[in-house]
Design a protein around this ligand. Structure first.
Ligand code: SAM
Ligand code: ZN
Ligand code: ZN
Length: 805
């Protein structure tokens, strides 16, 4: 413990004396805490080198911090020995130990520590002993300090060198014919430039190394600009590249932000190519053009296989890595998942698709959503019950109270529900709203909490005063989730993610908390794969710090106040509304002409649209017909009229050969007439209601209710005279076409309401899939380390006969 000095970080020093950061432990308010790494003498003065701890109250936990908890940071300083106030009594928690309970009469100088605090990434994390040793290797001799070591390691990792035509950044090697992502010259969010290294030039200094690259362009940039029809019906493919005649000379290496892998499509079978492009950072090429922006895709020529070059060393290494991962995956079972607040199952659909998770239990209290869930997951035990009741039941059972079985809330079935999984049976818990009950179930290894970004504005303990909330802990919900999970022995971090940046055709934000027990690797957040117009989601935190967006690469010494270092460049173009739904059968609502009579113009337009294959369906209610055709559109499953036009459509169709739920509700004639009159141009509207979606953009609103005349009604189809269908809403959220949306209702208007609600409530499947892959990467790295340890153990073990073949 040392006396408080002057904190050069002014935000932090202001926060330290602010109300929410004052701890009941006065030492926490009046002293600083550090770990003495080493001591030395200079100019007849005695110094120590301290690695700092932070008390929980002075970081994001604020009011929710445990009075006795300290967190080690990667910050350090030289401090005069005479500033020592006294020795801090600090106990280090074992990696499976829970936080001791808060006890009011605890001695003030009695601290414990377990997790570390990464202030840049707002992460409470554990550094394994192996990692710690690795970090310490970067320290100068006789000056062991993890914090100094970590800083040097980060610097080394980003250090560029050139030797014998090999360009290195840390452990990454770039060769001639390797493919790289290059940050675009104009600093605004965009896709990366994709280039193939053709020459490497050694500069006099590190910052002066350069490369010459040949530009490979995205096929889709040409296809999207070429306007064949009103509703782009040409095929696109986000993984397809063409080689251009454009070469950038002397591109500074600091513009390189990573590697990608490109094959020539003729070198792989169709099936293998599909598998290839299912991985991040994988592309293929089959075409070429002198120009980098030809006006039509027809101007592109075939690229002969023999003229395509790639770096065989890196390609081979990549294939080997994929093989190892595949083998590891096959050797291990997926995590057994329990999904809370499951809705119709968007989150688990994505997590399960990653292959690393298998949802075995799900809890959802609305009967319709629980029915949908069960219909799509025949192997999952679905509890149509309240989450809290289920968790209480589990805890009571665990405590030997033998509670009565819970009844299903399904009024028609009223069955007794099976017991909840026992501790140890669940590996991974995930779900929606934060819930007290989570903390009663702490035997799982991993957890994921998702919520809308409104969670950030939610102050706990606040009081309602008229329509304002007053008082309370600022961002209380976030702080409580963090401190509750930390107290149970989990590492945790959180981010605001935009579903569109993971390949969903919508720009919606979700707050995600990811956690893992301390003895396990903490999964990283997935780095954006798609660029969207709405990037950079900064949020001010109550400590005065900022939550920054995730980027692929950030210089270790970046000035975080510079907005340019937070631009979210990504490899792939956004998935647009058109991309998501352009292959579906087309139809217009029939204009009832109640107010305006039909004209000749109307008639000829109908003829024109008929020729474009646009059908017409009556939408106003008709008591005679509605029992057979309760909805407007395709009441029954109908064949696709197109082949899939892009990768998104192919992915979402997999397993189904027909379109279901391609219908809208029925509406009164005045609403219908207004809707069909809205011009067929992006964002056209009637009195700001009846808004038309921009086909080239992304879905914006939550699609829980699809009414043209409601405030959130950004729901008119981009080119057809109607609102979007249930199927189109499901496509917006990434639900597979085979997904069933069931309802306990019997009245059609209520059933369709239920279907939209289940869809709109979901976590977009592509985002969930990206999160599943991230959890998977953490598992793979753990399995690899386990294997390695086992191998080393075996080599050192005398029982193993050394001459075995
Ligand atoms: C935002 S949705 C989550 C959707 C889901 N994660 C998905 O991706 O499809 C929240 C769901 O929690 C359900 N819910 C809310 N409170 C509940 C409770 N106490 N017990 C069980 N389910 C609850 C709601 O009915 C709703 O379906
Ligand atoms: Zn240091
Ligand atoms: Zn290479």
């Amino acid at each position: 413990m040392v006396d408080i000095g002057e904190d050069t970080n002014t935000k932090r020093s202001i926060n330290a004396i602010s109300g929410p950061s004052i701890s009941t432990n006065t030492l926490a308010n009046n002293k600083w805490f550090g770990h003495i790494c080493y001591m030395y003498e200079k100019d007849a003065k005695k110094f120590m080198h301290l690695q700092w701890y932070q008390h929980g109250s002075k970081i994001l936990l604020q009011e929710t911090a445990h009075p006795q908890a300290l967190f080690l940071t990667d910050e350090c300083d030289d401090v005069l020995i005479e500033s020592i106030y006294q020795k801090a009594n600090l106990r280090v928690l074992g990696s499976t130990e829970e936080e001791p309970p808060v006890a009011p009469d605890t001695e003030e100088n009695s601290f414990y520590t377990g997790l570390r605090w990464d202030k840049q990434n707002h992460a409470f994390f554990e550094r394994t002993e192996e990692k710690r040793q690795q970090v310490l290797q970067f320290c100068k001799c006789g000056k062991p300090c993890e914090s100094c070591g970590q800083k040097r390691l980060l610097k080394e990792r980003q250090h560029w060198t050139v030797k014998d035509d090999v360009l290195r950044q840390g452990d990454v090697h770039y060769h001639i014919h390797d493919f790289v992502y290059i940050r675009p010259a104009i600093p605004k969010t965009d896709v990366y430039i994709i280039g193939q290294i053709i020459r490497i030039h050694r500069g006099a200094r590190e910052k002066a190394h350069t490369v010459d690259i040949r530009v490979f362009e995205r096929y889709d940039l040409v296809a999207r600009l070429e306007k064949k029809s009103q509703f782009a019906e040409h095929e696109t493919d986000q993984r397809r590249l063409f080689r251009t005649g454009k070469v950038y000379e002397n591109e500074n290496v600091s513009a390189i932000e990573g590697k990608l892998y490109v094959v020539h499509s003729a070198s792989l079978s169709e099936r293998k190519l599909e598998k290839w492009v299912s991985h991040d950072d994988h592309f293929y090429v089959d075409l070429q053009s002198k120009s980098s922006r030809p006006k039509q895709v027809d101007f592109l020529e075939d690229l002969p296989l023999k003229t395509f070059k790639r770096c065989e060393e890196c390609y081979g290494a990549r294939r080997e890595l994929l093989e190892i991962q595949k083998t590891l995956e096959a050797q291990h079972e997926p995590l057994r998942g329990l999904e809370l607040f499951s809705g119709a199952g968007g989150l688990s659909a994505g997590l399960d698709q990653s292959g690393f998770v298998k949802t075995k239990w799900a809890v959802e209290w609305t009967t319709s959503a629980a029915m949908s869930y069960a219909a799509n997951h025949p192997e999952t035990v679905v509890y149509n019950q309240c989450v809290n009741a289920c968790l209480k039941h589990a805890v009571d059972t665990e405590e030997g109270k033998s509670p009565e079985p819970l009844p299903s809330l399904n009024k028609r079935v009223r069955e007794k529900l099976p017991p909840m999984p026992k501790p140890g049976e669940v590996d991974f818990i995930y779900g929606g709203p934060p819930c007290q009950g989570y903390s009663k179930m702490n035997h799982h290894k991993f957890f994921l909490l998702e919520n809308v970004d409104g969670l950030f504005d939610f102050n706990s303990n606040a009081e309602q005063n008229g329509n304002r909330t007053v008082g309370g802990y600022k961002m209380g919900a976030v702080k409580f989730i963090l401190s509750a999970m930390i107290s149970l022995g989990y590492q945790i971090h959180f981010r605001l993610l935009n579903a569109g940046q993971y390949g969903a055709p919508q720009s919606r934000l979700r707050v995600i908390f990811l956690g893992a027990k301390r003895y396990l690797p903490l999964p990283m957040f997935p780095i954006p794969t798609h660029c969207t117009a709405d990037d950079v989601y900064k949020r001010k935190l109550p400590t005065g710090d900022t939550l920054y967006p995730l980027v692929r690469f950030r210089p270790y010494d970046a000035d975080l106040t510079n907005a340019l270092v937070h631009l979210q460049y990504a490899p792939l173009l956004p998935v647009t509304v058109e991309d998501a739904i352009s292959d579906l059968p087309k139809f217009d609502w029939i204009d009832p002409h109640v107010v305006f009579a039909s004209t000749d113009n109307d008639l000829s337009e109908i003829g024109r649209r008929h020729l474009q294959g646009i059908k017409r369906f009556s939408v106003v209610p008709d008591p005679d017909a509605d029992s057979i055709r309760p909805y407007c559109g395709y009441n029954k499953k109908t064949p696709y009229v197109h082949e899939p036009l892009n990768r998104y459509q192919r992915w979402i169709r997999s397993g189904s050969d027909q379109v279901a739920y391609h219908y809208t509700a029925r509406f009164r004639s005045n609403i219908v007439e207004r809707t069909v009159w809205v011009p067929l141009v992006p964002d056209a509207n009637y009195t700001t209601l009846f808004r038309r979606i921009d086909g080239k953009g992304q879905f914006k609103t939550a699609l829980t209710t699809v009414n043209p005349n409601c405030k959130t009604g950004h729901v008119l189809h981009p080119t057809q005279k109607r609102v979007i269908t249930v199927r189109e809403a499901a496509r917006a959220q990434g639900f597979p076409d085979s997904w069933e949306f069931v309802s306990e209702q019997t009245i059609p208007a209520k059933i369709i309401q239920d279907q939209f609600r289940q869809i709109g409530n979901a976590v977009p499947v592509p985002l969930a899939l990206a999160l599943g892959k991230s959890v998977g990467s953490a598992l793979v790295s753990m399995w690899q380390e386990d294997d390695l340890r086992e191998q080393v153990g075996r080599e050192h073990s005398p029982e193993v006969p050394m001459n075995i073949e």
